[in-house]
Each structure stands twice: as C-alpha cells, then as structure tokens.
Write a protein that binds this ligand. Structure first.
Ligand SMILES: [Fe+2]
Length: 468
C-alpha cells in the first residue's frame, strides 16, 4: 500500500475507534453528539459552608461557556436541585461559585456541573447534617506540600467523613507577590492532584489559612501579598459566611448538631511579635478577638460541646520564651482563657490545632492559662494533628498524653449524640488509618459538663491492616 494511502486508512481507523469517546452524556443519561457539547473542562470542584439545608460549591472550568449550573441529586432518589452560578458571566479565571439552599437535612447528594443543559466533569458527593443531635465524623489537621498526592488523602476519603477542618498550609507556595493569580495557581495544583482532588470532591471543608498559604513563613498582617490572599480565598474557597469587608479576617463559626465549631484566622490580623515600641501584640486583631469572646459567651448558653480550631500551638509551657504559637501573644491568650473560664466552657471546649508537624493530645493538664486559676486546675482538651504530607517537626508542649512528630498524620473526631449524652472521641491516626501511640481521648458531655477519659486502643479503621 502507498504510504499516503496507508496514512489515510490508519487515520480513519483511529477516528472510528475514538467515536464512542466523542459523545457526552447529559444529566438524564442520554448520549449527545460531540457537536452538542459546548462546555469546558471542569478542572476542580469542592464544597464547604455546609449546613443541614445548604452548601457552597466552587469549581474552575477551562474554556467553558456561561451559563454554568450545578445539579445536586439525592443519592437515595427524589427531585434534583439545580442552582445558577453567583455570577452569570465566566471570566478568564473560569472560577464559578454557587450557594445552594433548600436541601433536605440528613441527605446524601451527588453533585455535578451542568453546562448548556449537559452534566459534565467529575461528580462529587456531599451529605447534609441532621438539624438536631446526630452522630458525625469530622477529620482535622494541617500542612501538605503543594499538590500533595500522598496516600493519606485516600485513607481519609475512605472514612467518608462528614466534614474536614483544614487549619492551614494547604500549600507551601509562600507567595509574597500581591497577585491573586499566584494563589489561584496554588489552589489549582492542590485541587487537581489526583488523590487530593478526589478527597475534596467528596468531603466538605472548613478551611482557614496559616502562614505558608497566606503570605509566607511566619507571615503577619504586614504580608505583602495579603490583599491577593484575601481576594483568592473569597474566589476559590467554599466557606461559611464571612464578616466585615474584603480584607477582614476570615474566621467562621457554625453548628453541627449540638456542636458549635469555631475556626479562627491566626494570620491576617496578626501583629509582629516584637515589643520594641512597648505595645502588646495581638494574634487575632481587635475585631476578631471581640467576635471570639462573644462566640464563647453565646456558645456557652446552648452548645453541648465547642470545638475551637486554633491553627497554632496554644500550650507553650515547655518554653514560654519560644517564638512559636501563642507564647509571644500571651496577654491575649490569658484574656481568652479567662473568658472561657468565666462563661463556664472549660470542660466543654475541645481545641484542635495544626502548624506543628506532629500529633499530640493534652487532657487539660497543661492548657490552663486563665489568670488566677488555682494551681493545678485543668484547662480544656487540646489535640494537634499534622502533618498531612510534610516533614516532621515538634512545637509547643508539654502534652500529657504525648506527641509524635511525623508525616502522613491526621485527627479524627467522632461525635455520638443521642440528644442527652454527647460523646466526642478524638484519635490521632497515621496514613494507614491506625491509631498513633496512646493518642486518643474521650469527652462525655451531659447537662453542660464534659468529663475526660481515655478510651484505650481504638479498633483499626480498616480490618485488613490489623491492630495498631
Ligand atoms: Fe505547616
């Protein structure tokens, strides 16, 4: 056969082979010819701001055409909910935000982008919490190298958590140029990483930055890229309602059943820690501090348990001269501790933290910083969980149940609540889902008071892995 003829035949043959792949499938499952497909490529999609009746979804679409919608279909059957993007047009970034209301509580949904009436791209899952007391699984931690594709993401996804609290260092780009495109690119690398992207498609988040994903190592409100970080966060991250203006701190608070979750921003209002001008430095900034004190007061009147996601180490008694954690901001720490005591929250508060690349638990032996507290009086329970995927490093302490620095570590918080008795069990786990050392603690909460116990070794999450 002549060479040119052979090429024509070969190309035709390839075209025939490719035909089934050139058909899109619409939301009803009907095949559509490729010419009918007008949408772009869904680069990534994730959810957050979850309540029992609503959720936020953010996606990035390349070469897409407006209008873009999302469709949520109850996995157990029932009518689908379709929502339009918050902005009708699609700019060069391709980022679309959705706020979906009118969902059913305690319902699992499958969601997908819809372009020109055709469902496209990967589907994700989200499960709305019940409105009242219920059992729930929350995973937490911090710190993963940019675009991490470590097995820990698959391990955490296999647990089907209801919520993921990420306390920062989502990436380590240390962006100092005031350019939102750099932050968008960093999100892109994380959310398109196969394992990490799959995790975020199926687990709703409550995410707040730390230093490396805000303005660089040890960054403060003076970070040169702060404005861009704020802009990109509000574009790319599905979050709970924020207060104030576009440059204000990104703290958030929400209910999961009878648990009040408070997530604070320890970076974007932080003063430099030096005291050369005689001033007292603040980690949270005046507005966020006031908000936090009010949140504790309000939560003390109605929450069975309060979970405070505070990114950086609270306990620094091993070395109060350290520049890590709350030590340089000890006046503010004392003020917060005093409020927690004053409103009667100490036993009902669980602090979860990241930053240090270690897991650790303190049962309250070392966390009391309220001025005037009786010597030896207990503080609240503190649990550290990091690093998802980053080198090992210890900070702060001491921690009464111990600590283990390392990579491939996360925290698990299981809530069992029958409406009268709430049991919260925190366990530190490794990348295979095994409990690390003796790092597990239980709070049993009845009538506004929680008692602390150690549950002993937890059953392995995955039977085939054997005991921890
Ligand atoms: Fe980190």
């Amino acid at each position: 056969m002549h060479r040119r003829q052979w090429l024509v035949w070969f190309t035709t043959f390839l075209g025939l082979l490719a035909r089934p792949w050139r058909r899109a499938v619409d939301a009803a499952g009907t095949s559509q010819p490729a010419s009918a497909r007008r949408g772009g490529v869904v680069r990534w999609i994730w959810t957050g701001g979850l309540t029992s009746t609503s959720v936020s979804i953010v996606t990035r679409i390349v070469d897409g055409l407006a209008p873009v919608q999302v469709r949520l279909t109850p996995s157990g059957g029932g009518p689908a909910v379709t929502a339009d993007a918050e902005r009708a047009d699609l700019d060069a970034s391709g980022i679309c935000r959705f706020r979906i209301d009118g969902l059913r509580p305690a319902t699992a949904y499958i969601y997908q982008v819809v372009q020109a009436g055709i469902a496209a791209g990967p589907s994700g899952r989200v499960r709305t919490p019940a409105a009242g007391p219920h059992n729930t699984l929350i995973l937490f931690g911090s710190c993963a190298s940019t675009g991490s594709n470590a097995p820990i993401w698959d391990t955490m996804r296999a647990l089907s958590p209801d919520l993921f609290v990420h306390m920062g260092d989502l990436h380590y780009q240390n962006i100092t140029r005031n350019d939102p495109a750099r932050f968008r690119a960093a999100f892109d690398r994380c959310l398109t990483s196969p394992r990490q992207g799959a995790f975020y498609r199926t687990v709703p988040i409550a995410y707040v930055w730390d230093d490396h994903d805000f303005g660089g190592d040890e960054s403060t409100r003076h970070a040169t890229s702060a404005e861009a970080a704020h802009t990109a966060y509000r574009e790319c991250v599905p979050h709970y309602p924020l207060r104030g203006g576009p440059r204000d701190t990104i703290q958030q608070a929400f209910d999961i059943g009878r648990v009040r979750v408070i997530v604070t921003d320890v970076r974007s209002a932080r003063d430099m820690p030096d005291r050369r001008d005689g001033s007292v430095p603040s980690m949270l900034g005046a507005a966020q501090l006031r908000w936090l004190l009010d949140e504790f007061e309000a939560a003390s009147r109605r929450a069975a348990l309060v979970v405070w996601a505070n990114g950086v180490p609270w306990i620094t008694k091993a070395d109060e001269g350290t520049h890590h954690g709350w030590a340089p901001y000890h006046e503010e720490r004392a003020l917060i501790a005093a409020q927690i005591e004053r409103v009667g929250l100490t036993s009902r508060l669980l602090m979860v933290s990241g930053d240090a690349h270690m897991v650790a638990i303190d049962d309250g032996t070392n966390s009391q910083y309220a001025p005037g507290a009786a010597p030896g009086s207990r503080g609240f329970v503190v649990a550290h969980a990091a690093a998802f995927d980053r080198f090992r490093r210890n900070k702060g302490g001491p921690y009464s149940l111990g600590r283990r620095a390392g990579r491939g570590q996360f925290g698990e918080l299981r809530i069992q609540d029958d409406g009268r008795r709430l049991v919260a069990t925190v366990t530190c786990r490794d990348a295979r889902g095994r409990q690390i050392d003796k790092l597990s603690i239980r709070l049993t909460c009845v009538d506004g008071t929680c008692t602390v116990s150690q549950p002993g070794p937890q059953a392995p999450l995955f039977e085939h892995l054997g005991a921890a």
